[in-house]
Design a protein around this ligand. Structure first.
Ligand code: PEP
Ligand code: MN
Length: 347
């Protein structure tokens, strides 16, 4: 059950509602937003009696029963898509957002050249890892703070927003100083200490699906972020592990409409990690637009052959620019369908 208090409900009203909830034998999990307080009701008790009583309690705007285990991120709680503003760009709304850049920030020259080129091609957000989760401890671990500083330089030069990975709760504050969107990698999707700390980081979070995680587990991790105070969460399908070896991961493209049914959060597709092969990236990117994702995150590099990480799946800058041209008619159709949805023609 979730109780939305009216905007600017008084402290007495909020405390009274919490007291009533406890009297029914439940636990209270409240989120204090800037405008309103939302109270999550958890535990076992008489739902119907509690709902009826709370609906009539002063200060309460809405009390809803939610059957899904993930509460705040569920469609049952909120039907309208969650939209968030990042550097003047509305994500989750009527604009299809493309994030692009190298797997890792490697040098000033590499990130500046990439940023200029992907911006010209139409990307709005620059990706680049400064903290890299690598399978081998002997592989390049990222430029860390130096990498973050280079991303800032690229932002200043191009106006692109920055998305970069945060691997540890200890680095969250530092990364948040440089990033417009905090990326949680597949390997950290269930790092609950990290998720809790990002609840308070003040930046939107792109949560990548763990490589062996179900959609429900992805949503439960998103619930951690929201329950700890951050409702600006983007979900990312980046392929999962299956028996198939023809691709690096198996792109679960159907996860996009499944998520669109279950949650109000925007969904981003990563065709690079989902396939592991540059030749397959454009087809999966087109599929992502056609199936109703909110955006893409694509790896692109000035010289993929020499990339320190993920060269095989990185597009050249020319290939990225071609991809953006190829996507144009798909994005036009996407926009029409979003506008119709907003106008209420499609539900
Ligand atoms: C990345 O984006 O470079 C990355 C490491 O992705 P993932 O966490 O999906 O493997
Ligand atoms: Mn990568």
């Amino acid at each position: 059950m979730i109780i939305s208090m009216r905007p600017h409900a008084t402290r007495e009203e909020i405390d009274h509602v919490c007291e009533r909830i406890r009297e029914f034998g439940y636990k209270v999990h409240s989120i204090e937003g800037e405008e309103r307080v939302v109270i999550g009701v958890v535990g076992i008790g008489d739902v119907t009696a509690c709902l009826e009583s709370l609906e009539a309690t002063p200060g309460v705007e809405r009390a809803v029963r939610i059957s899904a285990p993930y509460k705040f991120v569920s469609k049952e709680f909120k039907k309208e898509r969650t939209q968030m503003r990042v550097n003047g760009l509305e994500i989750g709304g009527e604009e299809f957002v493309v994030m692009a850049g190298p797997c890792s920030v490697e040098s000033e020259r590499q990130i500046m050249e990439t940023a200029e080129s992907v911006r010209k091609a139409g990307a709005r957000i620059l990706r680049g890892g400064a903290f890299k989760p690598r399978t081998s401890p002997y592989d390049f671990q990222g430029l860390e703070l130096e990498g973050l500083k280079l991303l800032r330089k690229a932002k200043e030069a191009t106006g692109l927003a920055i998305i970069t990975e945060v691997m540890s709760d200890r680095d969250a504050e530092m990364v948040a100083e440089y990033a417009d969107i905090m990326q949680v990698g597949a390997r950290n999707m269930q790092n609950f200490a990290l998720l809790k700390s990002l609840g308070k980081c003040g930046r939107p979070v792109l949560l990548k699906r763990g490589m062996s995680s179900t959609i429900k587990e992805l949503l439960m991790s998103a619930e951690y972020l929201v329950a700890h105070g951050n409702s600006n969460v983007l979900l990312c399908e980046r392929g999962i592990r299956t028996f198939e070896t023809a691709t690096r991961n198996t792109c679960d493209i159907a996860a996009v409409p499944v998520l669109n049914e279950l949650t109000h959060l925007p969904v981003i597709v990563d065709p690079s990690h989902a396939t592991g092969k540059r030749s397959l990236v454009p087809a999966v990117a087109r599929a992502a637009v056609a199936i109703g994702a909110d955006g893409l995150i694509v790896e692109a590099h000035p010289d993929p052959e020499k990339a320190i990480s993920d060269g095989a799946q990185s597009l050249t800058l020319e290939q990225f620019s071609k991809l953006m041209q190829q996507l144009r008619p798909y994005i036009e159709l996407w926009k029409e369908s979003r506008q119709a949805e907003t106008a209420g023609a499609v539900v």
